[in-house]
Design a protein around this ligand. Structure first.
Ligand SMILES: [Zn+2]
Length: 266
């Protein structure tokens, strides 16, 4: 074989190997049946607000989810692969890839079930209907539900960026929570559900974040009136979690039961 042909064959071989590994990497990161969580809610509740991974890294693990930013700098809504920040001044921004995240849950949305129409008079009505819906498929799975539609009004909150030393989240919510009430809204709610046995890692039940269709309003959902729309359900059977690497997390005391504190603010 002459040198030129040998060289061409080596190049083709190298390209083939790199294409296969790129595909494997894509497959690993794009698993559509995995919930990826940054830190645990219990650490977050104790004031663990330093970033663990970047927005750019987070986006390789999914395209829908919720969370917050370093220092609890507003509420995170991930929708269609875009990471939005609902800031404490009420504005919505698309977040650059180098921002960091202390807490988030994200997955790659894959519709398993449809809710063709859903009407709910308020938050509790919606979550009890969602509870009934997922009972059909099993309350021990994790779920992300994408709800699209109209609200006669919706109340969302965001939180002001914190400076160190960080307060516990119940104190942050008491002192620095900003509440917004928006009327005649059309948008999407990202609803994340964790089963009861995961209460030590996140919280049992539904956690809702909202983003308006015009991408000008959003945040953590505290309440609403008169939702009319439709839903898509993603049933999830795999869970991955990345922990903070700092000493304050490694030595944190988790003996306190945080369930009532979490349900008071989340
Ligand atoms: Zn939230």
């Amino acid at each position: 074989m002459n040198k030129k042909i040998a060289f061409v064959l080596i190049i083709i071989g190298l390209l083939a190997v790199s294409a296969v590994s790129a595909q494997n990497l894509l497959f690993l990161n794009n698993s559509d049946d995995s919930m990826y969580q940054v830190s645990l809610m219990q650490a977050f509740m104790h004031g663990e607000y330093d970033g663990v991974i970047t927005v750019g890294d987070l986006k390789t693990h999914g395209d829908i989810g919720l969370g917050t930013f370093e220092g609890v700098n507003g509420e995170m809504i991930v929708l269609d692969g875009v990471v939005y920040q609902a800031a404490a001044d009420g504005s919505i921004k698309v977040v650059p890839d180098n921002e960091t995240i202390p807490f988030a849950t994200i997955t790659r949305f894959n519709e398993d079930q449809k809710i063709p129409t859903i009407t709910a008079k308020d938050f509790n009505d919606l979550t009890s209907q969602l509870d009934n819906e997922i009972k059909k498929y099993g309350p021990n799975n994790m779920y992300v539900v994408k709800l699209k539609g109209d609200f006669s009004n919706i109340t969302v909150r965001s939180v002001e960026k914190q400076e160190k030393p960080y307060k516990e989240f119940t104190d942050v919510a008491a002192a620095d929570q900003k509440v917004f009430n928006h009327t005649d809204q059309t948008g999407t709610v990202v609803a994340v559900y964790f089963p009861k046995y995961m209460n030590e890692l996140n919280m049992h039940g539904w956690h809702l974040h909202y983003l308006s269709d015009d991408k000008t309003k959003g945040g953590h959902v505290l309440g609403f009136n008169n939702f009319k729309g439709s839903g898509q359900i993603d049933e999830i059977h795999e869970f991955k979690m990345i922990l903070p690497t700092d000493d304050s997390f490694a030595k944190m005391n988790f003996t306190e039961n945080m369930t009532s504190k979490i349900s008071s603010v989340e």
